[in-house]
Design a protein around this ligand. Structure first.
Ligand SMILES: [Zn+2]
Length: 214
C-alpha cells in the first residue's frame, strides 16, 4: 500500500490554513485523488486536531494522547513499539560508546573511530551510494590490494585516521559513483586538496608546490 508521506501531507495541509491543499482539496480528498492512502499518523493527527509541524513533537503528543485514551489499536501498538525500539537502540548506542566498542555491531573498535573496521568501511561506502557490508568488504579488499598505501603518495594509510576513498574521475566530471575501477584509497588531506581536479592536474599542482617551496 502506498502512503502519502507525512511531510508531504503536512506541507499540503499547512499551505492553506483550513486543512485544504493548494488544489483546494482536503487532505483525504487529495489522498483518494492520487489513489493513495493517507498515512495513519496523519489520520490520527487530524482526528486529534493537532497543528504542529515538528514530527518528533507530534509523536510525543500522540503517544501521550493515546496512552491517555487507553486505546489498544494496532496503530497505538505500532507507535509504542516504534518508540520503544528507538529508545532501546539509542540506549544500546550510548552503552556501546561507553564500552568503546563498535556502535553498529559491538565488535572491537578502530583506534580513532567508534566503529569496527568493517562498519567504518561501510560508512566510507556512503560516499559511493552504498550502505551495505558487501560493498564495505569490497572496499577493504581494495585497501588490502593497495597494501595500505595511498595510491597517489605511497604513504601509509591507517583506517579511521587518514584513509579515504577517492573517485579517480570526479563525480562532477561524470565519473561513475560505485565502479571499483574508478575508486582508489588515498590520504584524506590529499583527497580534500584534490577536490575535483583530474589526477594529472592535481599532480601538476603538487609539483608546482614542491618546486616553489624547494
Ligand atoms: Zn561493527
Amino acid at each position: 500500500m502506498l502512503f502519502l508521506s507525512e511531510n508531504y501531507l503536512w506541507r499540503e495541509s499547512q499551505s492553506i490554513k483550513q486543512g485544504r491543499t493548494r488544489e483546494g482539496l482536503t487532505v483525504p480528498e487529495l489522498a483518494s485523488k492520487l489513489g493513495r492512502t493517507e498515512h495513519p499518523v496523519d489520520c490520527k493527527i487530524r482526528a486529534l486536531g493537532l497543528r504542529n509541524t515538528d514530527t518528533s513533537e507530534i509523536r510525543r503528543i500522540l503517544i501521550a494522547k493515546l496512552r491517555e485514551q487507553n486505546e489498544t489499536s494496532c496503530f497505538q501498538r505500532k507507535m509504542l513499539s516504534e518508540n520503544k525500539a528507538r529508545v532501546l537502540s539509542r540506549e544500546k548506542y550510548r552503552r556501546r560508546i561507553e564500552q568503546n566498542v563498535c556502535v553498529r555491531c559491538g565488535g572491537p573498535q578502530l583506534p580513532h573511530v567508534q566503529m569496527c573496521l568493517l562498519h567504518w568501511a561501510v560508512c566510507i561506502g556512503y560516499s559511493c551510494g552504498h550502505n551495505d557490508e558487501a560493498f564495505g568488504q569490497q572496499l577493504l579488499q581494495k585497501l588490502k590490494n593497495q597494501n595500505y598505501k595511498c595510491a597517489l603518495s605511497g604513504l601509509e594509510l591507517v583506517p579511521g585516521l587518514n584513509a579515504s576513498i577517492d573517485h579517480k574521475i570526479a563525480r562532477s566530471k561524470g565519473g561513475p559513483l560505485d565502479d571499483l575501477a574508478n575508486l582508489q584509497w588515498i590520504l584524506t588531506p590529499l583527497n580534500r586538496g584534490r577536490g575535483d581536479l583530474s589526477v594529472e592536474e592535481f599532480i601538476a599542482m603538487c609539483c608546482a608546490v614542491a618546486r616553489w617551496q624547494a
